[in-house]
Design a protein around this ligand. Structure first.
Ligand code: ADE
Length: 224
């Protein structure tokens, strides 16, 4: 899978892709993430990518021209499954959307900044809009990093233990059960005995019960 992230602030999200699972996925050739600086597609002496909003109002708006030039350039090199604009009023990102996107080959994530993008970008250039939650970030960059992480970890082979993505919270409609590691007794706080029993059938049943119990308590809406 290849993900192109278009942003006017690439430095803001360089580091998440240089560590841990995302780094490993790229090293294994299972995914590639490319940060594209929108300014490279700006024209004029000042290389501006934004301008004042017509009709007034506080805040700058990203202009359509550099975005259109950038997307056209990318499209001349690859066929994209989706061109996604990160926006607080987009579709709420869920595990189901992450699963769906993990099956795609090529994606563009377009990050807004300031007051967002010229509406014509949304009308004519993007195929989909995603929000990571009902709150407003300073730009789409952190949201794009969240989506990229959630999607890439689902690609088969990215996680060393393939089952671990399948046992994630939400993957089976339940949140994950609690987990423990050594020591088995810390200051008298004990790990549940069943987990030390070696009886895998009992352990699996315990995990299922705990996942259900936890979902009922914390995310009852998942069970409706
Ligand atoms: N840009 C600003 N806020 C956002 C959000 N909540 N989700 C996605 N993109 C955003």
């Amino acid at each position: 899978m290849h993900i192109d992230i278009i942003t006017c602030l690439p430095r803001l999200i360089e580091s998440p892709f240089k560590d841990s699972i995302l780094k490993r996925a790229q090293a294994k050739g299972l995914a590639s993430v490319n940060l594209i600086d929108l300014r490279e597609y700006a024209e004029g002496k000042h290389k501006s990518v934004d301008d004042y909003a017509f009709g007034g109002g506080a805040g700058m708006v990203l202009m359509i021209e550099p975005i259109d030039r950038c997307i056209s350039d990318l499209k001349s090199k690859r066929a994209y499954d989706e061109i996604i604009y990160m926006s607080p009023d987009g579709d709420l990102f869920t595990q189901a959307i992450a699963n769906e996107l993990s099956l795609k080959q090529n994606l563009i994530l377009l990050c807004g900044h300031y007051k967002g993008v010229d509406e014509r970008v949304r009308e004519h250039l993007v195929t989909r809009e995603i929000s990571i939650g009902n709150y407003v970030l300073s730009g789409g960059e952190l949201a794009a990093a969240v989506v990229t992480d959630a999607v890439i970890r689902l690609i088969p082979g990215v996680l060393s233990d393939e089952t671990s993505a399948l046992t994630d919270s939400f993957q089976d409609g339940l949140v994950a059960p609690p987990v423990f590691t050594r020591p088995a007794d810390y200051k008298g706080w004990k790990v549940p005995e069943v987990l030390l029993s070696g009886d895998h059938a009992r352990i699996d049943q315990w995990k299922q019960e705990k996942a259900l119990e936890r979902t009922q308590k914390r995310r009852p809406e998942l069970l409706l």
